[in-house]
Design a protein around this ligand. Sequence first.
Ligand code: GLA
Length: 500
Amino acid sequence: MKSLCTVLFVLLAVPCFAADLTGTWVVRDPLPDGTFRTTYLDLHQEGPRITGTIRVTQFYFKIVESTDGSEGFTLTGSMMDGTNERRVKYEGKLVGDELHVATRRRPDSELIQMVAHRAPPGEGAYPARLPLPAIHKVADNGLARTPPMGWNSWNKFAGRVDDAAVRAMADAMASNGMKEVGYQYINIDDTWEAGRDTRGDITTNTKFPDMKALADYVHAKGLKIGIYSSPGPNTCAGYEGSYGHEEQDARTYAAWGIDYLKYDWCGARNLYTDQQMRALYQVMGDALLKTGRPILYSLSQYGRADVWKWGADVGGNAWRTTGDIRDTWDSMTTIGFSQDELAPWAAPGHWNDPDMLEIGNGGMTEDEYRTHMSLWSILAAPLLAGNDSRNVTPAILEILTNREVIAINQDRDGKQGRRITKSGDQEVWTRPLSGGAQAIGLFNRGGLPAKITVNWSDLGLKTAPSRARDLWAHSDLKLDGEEYSVTVPAHGVVMLRVSK
Ligand code: GLA
């Protein structure tokens, strides 16, 4: 409904709006790491109508609806994220030379009140779109002949990761047996970044006082170190991205001694479509190769644009196939059991990545975490632990360091496993292994123990395998007859390695 004020303006040209809001307004919220979360309102007012943009660090909305009256104004912003529209609403009023505004991060979250001040015109403007390169094939970097193994900060620490936590993880993993069984990369996810210096070099925020010293520390433990960035101007958490600085950032990573890059789409969505992402991933693939340092390249774009079809061609060693995992049975199984059809795209050097492990983060039972570890191993998925390695129970450590299960994950043929049967909540998956062996996962997704049977003929075998090993019980099995039946705990797994 139009306000009285709007009606007066339209009919009688009587202006009764709060004031002219035209201009650039900024709210700068300091974060504990020395960086800022900024909100820029770039407004243009014509009578009661307000147009323009709202930029909240990594989000960039075009104003699509507005109202204005003596009580104040409202704005609705819209942005596209792939094919999804995201909307935001602001309400506010001019108080002296301050703009008092309120918004919600999500429709159901609390109202956040902010005070914006006038900023020089153009400050905080979203960067222009840079032209995209022609598509070509980036050479294979020769890394990740088996799925990458290591640890990543995001699942447990999110924005709280700092230098001390990374050192502590390296200490723990070098001494608790994880390094011995193959965990190698210690990966810093989002929130290490600050802005750029006068030369345009990326800088670290106060949580990471000296990245080179940190890399040296991790290397001295016999481990490798990874970092994170985005092809967009900002990362998913709103920190500085590599947009327009790809080669420069790759050189910085190499100079610091970085061994792994996770490159996360989020911030680029305001400038490019999903169909254009291949070109942006190629830019960083080229830049990493050009440094001459072996840097494992992990694409994080949530499985959009059929990344498995082109991930290897941009130099990617792994690509996310889904949205973010959470530490719940539902999230882990929805992701893990949906990977069957992607199997043909996995190969040495290039892996489907159903996201990082949640094992040990507390949201699932030990049986459920065994299912997580078994499934990720059959899927030839990267094994990036996501827990706090300093406080790990013996049971969780045993799950993460089960050498027999890890050997399946790391099988040198690099063939991803597939589902061979499904009956209600019970599924059997197999993975072909080098030397003609096979891994078998008998998964019970149901809430009660269930008997699961695998027929040797389903595995293409005429008779029972002569050798069989239960990889969680660590015991040999004697098999005969035409099938194998076992009672599998609720949400649990029995995992075998069999050979003729
Ligand atoms: C995205 C990624 C996550 C994590 C966060 C960091 O959501 O999918 O894995 O890297 O960004 O902001």
